[in-house]
Design a protein around this ligand. Structure first.
Ligand code: ZN
Ligand code: FE
Ligand code: FE
Ligand code: ZN
Length: 268
């Protein structure tokens, strides 16, 4: 059972390809199940980002409708998801906005630290001015708030703060431990996001230390390529499955109507 639960579409403004093209790529690779998870309109949560990084509010209904059309046409499950920023102080708006659609799953991600779009290549210069230890503390504190918010089903790219190969200088195992405990307490699933292998860090999200902690605590995992083009659908999933099998994972999480369904983890 191999799934790709993190597909974007051209609606977010920085991806290419139609949904039908993403679905065709998945079918060709024999993926058992896919989930679209385009960037939720931040404007609906009362936040206007500096770069265009999400669907526009008026595009959301069309996005939902197009996934439903694909569901009726394809022979494998196509799930309706979204990737939503966790914006502290906007929990009520987020809950209300997500409740308006019958999503199968919601990925909660952190892409902003006090308005800084830290995964955006155009904003990466700022890392040089910051202390990595402090940065990790701030980032993972937000991840723990995300877990406690009870808004999402999946934590997106759990350690994306490493994207430009920024790592703490000190031992940060206590941060790993505290963050995973909060995720477990919230009964959240963690995605293994293969986009890290395409990023400067050249490491999947999350790294092995976090994955081993997930295993130890019994945190379920799902898989996503974070494809921003049809060519990236399924990217690195086989390698990810091998990595997880080696760490002792035997199941993978899938979602329907925001309910988690565990399936056996099998190679492609
Ligand atoms: Zn994106
Ligand atoms: Fe993301
Ligand atoms: Fe994404
Ligand atoms: Zn992403």
């Amino acid at each position: 059972m191999t799934v790709d639960y993190h597909l974007h579409t051209s609606r977010c403004g920085h991806a290419t390809g139609t949904m039908a093209e993403y679905a065709a790529a998945a079918e060709k690779q024999g993926l058992a199940e896919i989930g679209f998870a385009d960037h939720f309109p931040l404007e609906l949560l009362g936040f206007t980002p500096q770069h265009r990084v999400n669907m526009q509010p008026e595009e959301l209904d069309g996005y939902v409708a197009e996934v439903k059309t694909l569901q009726s046409r394809l022979s494998f499950p196509v799930r309706l998801g979204v990737e939503v920023d966790f914006l502290p102080g906007r929990e009520k708006e987020t809950a209300a906005a997500l409740a308006r659609h019958d999503f199968d799953f919601c990925i909660g991600s952190v892409h902003f630290l006090d308005g800084w779009d830290f995964t955006h290549p155009g904003e990466a210069k700022r890392y040089a001015e910051l202390d990595p230890d402090e940065l990790y503390d701030r980032y993972f504190a937000l991840v723990r708030d995300l877990a406690r918010s009870n808004l999402f089903d999946i934590v997106g790219h759990l350690d994306v703060i490493k994207k430009f190969a920024c790592f703490p200088r000190r031992d940060w195992s206590s941060v790993v431990d505290a963050s995973c405990r909060e995720i477990k307490k919230a009964d959240l699933c963690v995605e293994v996001n293969t986009a890290g292998w395409r990023a400067p860090v050249k490491e999947a999200y999350p790294g092995v230390m976090l994955l081993a902690k997930c295993r130890e605590l019994g945190i379920p995992l799902t898989l996503g390529s974070d494809a921003h083009s049809p060519q990236e659908v399924g990217y690195g999933l086989q390698r990810a499955v091998q990595l997880l099998a080696g760490l002792g994972f035997r199941e993978i999480a899938t979602f329907c109507g925001r309910r988690r369904i565990m399936r056996p983890l099998l190679p492609l």
